[in-house]
Design a binder for this molecule. Sequence first.
Ligand SMILES: C[S@@+](CC[C@H](N)C(=O)[O-])C[C@H]1O[C@@H](n2cnc3c(N)ncnc32)[C@H](O)[C@@H]1O
Length: 256
Amino acid sequence: MSYTKINEAIWNKWSKEGYRWTQPISTEVFQKAKEGVWNVLLTPSIPVPKTWFGSLKGKKILGLASGGGQQGPIFKALGAEVTIMDLSDAQLEAERTVSEREGYDIKLVKADMTERFPFPDDSFDLIFHPVSNTYVENIEPVWQECYRVMKTGGQLLSGFTNPEIYLFNDADKLEDIRVVHPLPYNPLKDFTEKERAELIENDGVQFSHTMESQIRGQLKAGFLLKDFYEDFASTEDDYILSKYFPQFYASLAIKL
Ligand SMILES: C[S@@+](CC[C@H](N)C(=O)[O-])C[C@H]1O[C@@H](n2cnc3c(N)ncnc32)[C@H](O)[C@@H]1O
């Protein structure tokens, strides 16, 4: 089975189990957004600055690997035309549930971001890409596809993991933390069958990437970097090293 199929199955399973990133927003949160009170996350804790969006009214937005009913409904409440592309049926179903509950149209597309995106060139004003390229082995083609489907002047908002989180073992106590994985971390290559099976069972197939492929990958695709911030795991994540270094990054890039 391909690794993206494994990740699809894992996200469907996490959705059934009620994992945080599969929980749609409530009617109250949707109504508040209609009144102009809202925020969205690209990373676990810090809301994306409003200046990264400008007015969303009438904007064509692609939520890339962004199913689950967290951001799509907010963009709809703010008057955008929204397409959500995701590999997981359960994540798309969560989007459908919110759209039927609140009575709006949204385009839902089941597609794998490791392949050519199923959209013509110059389709979107804004791409919202929350932490998810950790589930893709080679991310440079993803940045290139974002560039292709983006209109000139469009914005790419991305969240991604700090590769250093993949250095460590999974321990419950700080004194048990050890550096165990050299980077870049790639479960398809560097592990025994048994280790690989365990890692995949717990986390899906994740890859650490380099900061060069995250940042320079966007620049090589043609984007210009406009802004950037660091973020930390949320208290819900209960990550033992959360106070020691930022685990997540978010970037704003522009297609000029
Ligand atoms: C952390 S969730 C992001 C969505 C969520 N709405 C959020 O706020 O963070 C990661 C998403 O990436 C999707 N995903 C993983 N691999 C993918 C792939 N190859 N192509 C498209 N989507 C993928 C998963 O199904 C999941 O919905």
